[in-house]
Design a binder for this molecule. Structure first.
Ligand code: PLP
Length: 442
């Protein structure tokens, strides 16, 4: 653990004076001065240690400062720091082959992150099908570039509306608050069948793709019923509509598999990925397309490119990061720790009045908070906050656990390398916070 930084307050002030922070009213931005990290922890300018219970932005899957990834980055920097996107490189070949193997799809196009990946996926789907509309779901986030932000369903899209044309939205498999008033045991999966009606009304011949998060992440971690994806796949096949599987957050081990949709036995046509592809060590995203789409672009112009598409240092970070997943059996470990986490979350649901629902797959999980278990009234309104959520988040932060919370949701998404002791330590702090909220709503 490092000593306190000699001038931490000044560093924070300079950051605030000279840079803009994302998704913030600037005067409300309250950054932590991060000075280093190791494994599941990072350090602040006061010399404090934090447990990273959200893997930064649910991307730092191998934890902070993994030596194997650092070494690979250093080696690539020494060999070849940059090659333009039209050059062949060793590392590009290696990662392309690996992504084909783990997704079961065809070829990869590289971007610098998830938003650009989704942007390019939508464009490729339009070029390949010759159709222009894309269906997305309301409780979704696909990125902050113009097209991906428009495609997102949640309120983060509102500032860019009307945005790019051609996005049509459908409802989500949100079984705890089913938009169709159904019960998951007895329903007829109206969350899929209503999409057929949307397809009819929009014209099947106009719809290029439906873009879905493998498992919805930042809108409350919506784990679909087991037959959701098989039914959606059948529906899309019926109308020649592509499935774009946005695995930016749910992919690369977060749920204990390469892709969240692999839990449900379906094959998408296009997979987009970023975050866990490099565990955030270097910026990288990818659009992995099926053999059929790759074949199409053998003879048709791929209209698009990026100066940093295929950046060798990013690709080297990805290759090393994926090797760490395999060498350290991190997906097996995620499934094991995830099973333990599931037990702990279910116990919290039984114990605390404010825990309405818990949802999980591997180390991808959320606690949904309510004011009243019987009515399911949310602890904070949609797109808002409340004194209770403020208290919850404030307490967790005061105990130096770094957690992601939004609206009435609190996530548990630690690095995949987390130990049971570290997981227990973070959950103990969460339980203190839940007890405080229970007192407030009693
Ligand atoms: N798609 C999903 C599901 C995401 O969660 C995110 C980011 O959180 C993105 C896309 C955008 O990725 P990026 O921030 O790398 O552009």
């Amino acid at each position: 653990m490092p000593d306190a930084h000699p001038d931490s307050q000044q560093v924070i002030q300079d950051n605030r004076d000279h840079t803009l922070f994302s998704w913030s009213v600037q005067q409300a931005a309250n950054p932590i001065h991060m000075t280093g990290g190791k494994g599941s922890h990072f350090y602040d300018g006061d010399g404090g240690t934090w447990l990273d219970f959200s893997s930064q932005l649910i991307n730092l899957n191998v934890g902070h400062q993994h030596p194997a990834v650092l070494d690979a980055i250093k080696a690539q920097v020494d060999t070849l720091c940059f090659a333009g996107p039209s050059f062949a490189t060793d590392v590009r070949a290696t990662l392309g082959k690996k992504l084909r193997e783990v997704t079961g799809l065809g070829k990869s196009f590289f971007t610098l992150g998830g938003s650009e990946a989704n942007e390019n996926a939508m464009k490729m789907a339009r070029l390949y099908t010759g159709r222009d509309k894309i269906i997305t779901r309301y409780r979704s986030y696909h990125g902050a570039t113009m097209g991906s932000m428009t495609a997102s369903g949640d309120p983060r899209r509102w500032p860019v509306e009307p945005g790019v044309p051609g996005i049509v939205r459908a409802f989500d498999p949100y079984c705890y608050r089913c938009p169709f008033g159904q019960n998951v045991e007895s329903c007829k999966r109206e969350c899929v069948s209503h999409i057929e009606e949307i397809i009819q009304m929009e014209g099947p011949q106009n719809i290029a793709a439906i873009m879905v998060e493998g498992i919805t992440g930042s809108n409350g971690l919506l784990v679909p019923p087991d037959d959701y994806y098989p039914k959606l796949r059948a529906l899309c096949d019926k109308y020649g509509i592509l499935i774009i599987d946005d695995e930016v957050m749910s992919g690369f081990g977060r749920t204990g598999k390469w892709l969240a949709t692999q839990h449900y036995g379906i094959k998408p046509d296009i997979v987009t990925c970023a975050k866990g592809l490099t565990s955030g060590y270097m910026p990288l995203g990818a659009v992995v397309v099926s053999d059929a789409i790759a074949e199409y672009f053998e003879t048709h112009f791929l209209a698009g490119g990026l100066t940093y598409s295929g950046h060798p240092v990013s690709l080297a970070a990805a290759v090393a990061n994926l090797k760490v997943y395999e060498d350290e059996n991190l997906f097996g470990r995620t499934r094991e720790m995830g099973a333990y986490l599931a037990l702990r979350l279910e116990a919290m649901k039984a114990k605390y009045a404010c825990v309405g629902d818990v949802r999980y797959k591997g180390l991808f999980s959320v606690i949904e908070l309510v004011k009243d278990k019987a009515t399911r009234e949310p602890l904070a309104p949609f797109n808002g906050t409340s004194p209770e959520m403020g208290k919850l988040a404030g307490h967790i932060k005061s105990r130096h656990v770094y957690a992601y919370s939004r609206f009435n949701f609190l996530w548990v998404c630690p690095p995949l390398i987390i130990t049971k002791e570290e997981l227990d330590a973070g959950l103990a702090v969460y339980e203190e916070a839940l007890a405080l909220v229970d007192q407030m709503i009693a």
